[in-house]
Design a protein around this ligand. Structure first.
Ligand SMILES: C[S@@+](CC[C@H](N)C(=O)[O-])C[C@H]1O[C@@H](n2cnc3c(N)ncnc32)[C@H](O)[C@@H]1O
Ligand code: SF4
Length: 388
């Protein structure tokens, strides 16, 4: 499919949120919860079925391009739970023959032991949270696995899934450019076709935020952050894994189809505690969010037939803003004609010229607008200027 055709038809995806983890990592503000007792997975399966049926009533006759089990820690789900959810999807929608079915996994040996079961259930891609390639930093990040366990899990993943990816977090306190370059070069030898490289951010209401506020977590300044980002681009590019999005790198053709649906401003349903969705209904595009608290979500789904606490129509202006916010993260950039179709507005020529003169964006011959390497570190303000 050409770029123009692909970005005009971003497809339909389903996000499934599993909200439980064995422990809370000190940097993480995802909707993840630790429970002392066993999770009643059958009760959750029934609730997921109800949620999926509900979204299929709002968005019938779609063909699913991707299913993504995210978390939390979906690799704590039993394979039969994953299987039951995929079966429920197949009962509600058609599924593309080569649909991508991804599961996020933490690299402990217990979880890697389940990979074969996930594949039998229909998962065809695994994304592993490796986070760092030295034990001291894994400990600092509050991870419950060692480098050796992460490498073993990667090996198991590679023997079962032809498509797998892993995440690393960089720009850690005290990390030098030289140390990150060495670690990233080591990582490149482990990459199959895709890797996600995130700069550590201090998120609200996390342990790291409390430490940071107390002056106990010296974060890299903007210049060091930029040098680390530039080193990341240089090394990944040299290994044939250019960034296709701010933090995501793939061999051409191996991009995550799921994430492309989001960033190309496609349509997606989100099921599970705290899951978000964007569905195009006869009244217009809706922004949806489910109840975050797992047990409250369960109760609501059981009593009301869905877990949504937000289901709002987006104005054309809001759609234009979201489209820019998502699409400008991509190296392929955005098509101004689609911006106009969604928002009813035209991108301001003078604003484009001024941002281009500053080196933050380029407008190519086809008219697409892209953010440059210099623009990515200031992406939020570029988007704000373009959307103004
Ligand atoms: C849903 S999370 C984690 C999935 C899985 N539970 C795990 O921990 O491996 C997805 C990814 O976001 C990244 N991430 C989470 N919080 C972050 C933060 N504060 N800064 C940078 N990256 C973060 C991590 O790399 C993580 O693997
Ligand atoms: S980083 Fe992963 S394992 Fe850690 S709390 Fe967040 S979702 Fe859970």
């Amino acid at each position: 499919m050409s770029l123009a055709a692909a970005s005009a038809d971003p497809g339909f995806a389903l996000y499934v949120h599993w909200p439980f983890c064995l422990a809370k990592c000190p940097y993480c503000d995802f909707n993840s919860h630790v429970r002392g007792a066993a999770i009643d997975e059958e009760r959750y399966v029934a609730a997921f079925r109800t949620e999926i049926k509900h979204r299929a009533q709002l968005a019938p006759r779609r063909t699913v391009r991707s299913i993504f089990f995210g978390g939390g820690t979906p690799s704590l789900m039993r394979p039969q739970t994953v299987q039951a959810i995929i079966d429920a999807v197949a009962e509600s929608w058609a599924i593309e023959p080569d649909a991508e079915v991804t599961l996020e996994a933490n690299p402990t040996s217990v979880e890697a032991g389940r990979f074969r079961g996930y594949r039998a259930a229909g998962v065809n891609r695994v994304s592993l949270g490796v986070q760092a390639l030295n034990d001291a930093d894994l400990k600092f990040l509050g991870r419950r696995h060692t480098v050796a366990e992460a490498l073993a899990a990667l090996k198991v993943a590679a023997s079962i899934f032809s498509r797998h990816s892993f995440d690393l977090i960089y720009a850690r306190p005290g990390q030098s450019v030289a140390a990150w370059r060495a670690e990233l070069n080591e990582a490149m030898a482990l990459v199959n076709e895709h890797v996600s490289l995130y700069q550590l951010t201090i998120e609200p209401d996390t342990m790291f935020e409390r430490l940071h506020q107390a002056g106990k977590l010296p974060m890299p300044d903007a210049d060091l952050g930029r040098d680390l980002f530039d080193a990341t681009q240089e090394i990944t590019q040299a290994h044939g894994l250019p960034a296709y999005e701010v933090s995501n790198h793939a061999r051409p053709g191996a991009e995550s189809r799921h994430n492309l649906v989001y960033w190309r401003y496609g349509e997606y349903a989100g099921v599970g505690p705290g899951a978000h969705g964007r569905l195009v209904t006869p009244q217009g595009r809706r922004a949806q969010a489910a109840e975050r608290h797992p047990e409250m979500w369960l109760t609501q789904v059981e009593s009301e037939g869905h877990g949504l606490v937000e289901n709002d129509l987006l104005t054309p202006e809001e759609q234009g803003d979201e489209f820019l916010l998502m699409g400008l993260r991509l190296r392929e950039g955005v098509d101004p004609a689609r911006f106009k179709a969604l928002s009813g507005r035209t991108l301001d020529r003078q604003q484009i010229a001024s941002l281009a003169a500053d080196g933050f964006i380029v407008a190519d011959d086809s008219g697409r607008v892209r953010v440059t390497a210099a623009g990515f570190p200031v992406l939020d303000s570029v988007v704000a200027d373009l959307a103004a």
